[in-house]
Write a protein that binds this ligand. Structure first.
Ligand SMILES: [Zn+2]
Length: 254
């Protein structure tokens, strides 16, 4: 049994703690407030398979929410709303499409929430594994190649990944992996020297390796990355990378 299995078995359904921690700052949808973004533990092979299942009405949302409303914990407080569509870009391989995101309304808190597949990153159109792949690509190329050159020469041109974008991904990914280490076990050992560098990219690479995720030239570990993302979301109720709408509201209110 891996640390990921243990994490999943010991997890319960988590209400969105951030929602309650700053409840006074979360306006209801009827007041023009934002939708609360809740992780959906997408067990399909990809977000594309999820999307096909969604359109075919093969996802039983009553079953998904059987553990209780993610906002108030009650049963039967919610009703479904018309889904919204958002753009998703995947680089492994390149694919860009809009996918459906389920939305619900909690009558008790009078708040709308959406279930965002955990393979996505709130407020980012690129999938989590695409982001990690690009950053590991930067590590593999080392200090001799700038992020701008990597984006221009090594990443699918149609993806529109730029050096600025690559740079903007480093902080949320490093912070996410740091959060994951204590949650998913003490198996991780930071050995930045192993990857021939120092700093956040080296830390990122080393942490990924400890989870079985290796960057180019032999990129592997998409399944392991998915397990890390899923396990973290199940244990904590939060997304591994990025900040959902409710956390942004809290920050803005401070
Ligand atoms: Zn509710």
């Amino acid at each position: 049994m891996s640390i990921f299995d243990i994490a999943i078995l010991t997890s319960g359904r988590n209400k969105i703690e951030g929602t309650h921690a700053c409840q006074q700052h979360v306006p209801s949808k009827t007041d023009g407030g934002q939708t609360i973004q809740v992780p959906y533990y997408n067990a399909f092979g990809s977000v594309w398979e999820y999307h096909r299942a969604f359109l075919a009405k093969k996802i039983d949302w009553h079953s998904v929410l059987a553990g209780g409303c993610p906002l108030c914990g009650d049963q039967g407080c919610w009703r479904d709303l018309t889904p919204y569509y958002r753009w998703v870009t995947d680089l492994l391989p390149f694919r860009e499409e809009r996918i459906a995101i389920a939305r619900f309304f909690c009558r008790k808190t009078r708040t709308t929430f959406s279930l965002l597949p955990v393979q996505l990153v709130p407020y980012r159109r690129y999938t989590a594994d695409s982001i990690v792949f690009c950053l590991l690509l930067a590590v593999a190329r080392g200090e001799g190649m700038s992020l701008f050159a990597i984006a221009e020469k090594l990443v699918e041109p149609e993806s529109k990944v730029s050096g600025y974008l690559l740079r903007s991904w480093i902080d949320p990914v490093v912070k996410g992996l740091r959060r994951a280490r204590p949650v998913l076990g003490g198996r991780v050992c930071i050995q930045a020297r192993e990857v021939g560098g120092t700093g956040r990219l080296a830390e990122l690479s080393s942490t990924c390796r400890s989870f079985g995720i290796r960057g180019p030239p032999d990129f592997c570990g998409i399944r392991e990355l998915d397990q890390v993302i899923q396990s973290y979301a199940r244990v904590t109720g939060h997304f591994l990378f990025g900040a959902p709408s409710q956390e942004r509201i809290c920050r803005a209110a401070r």
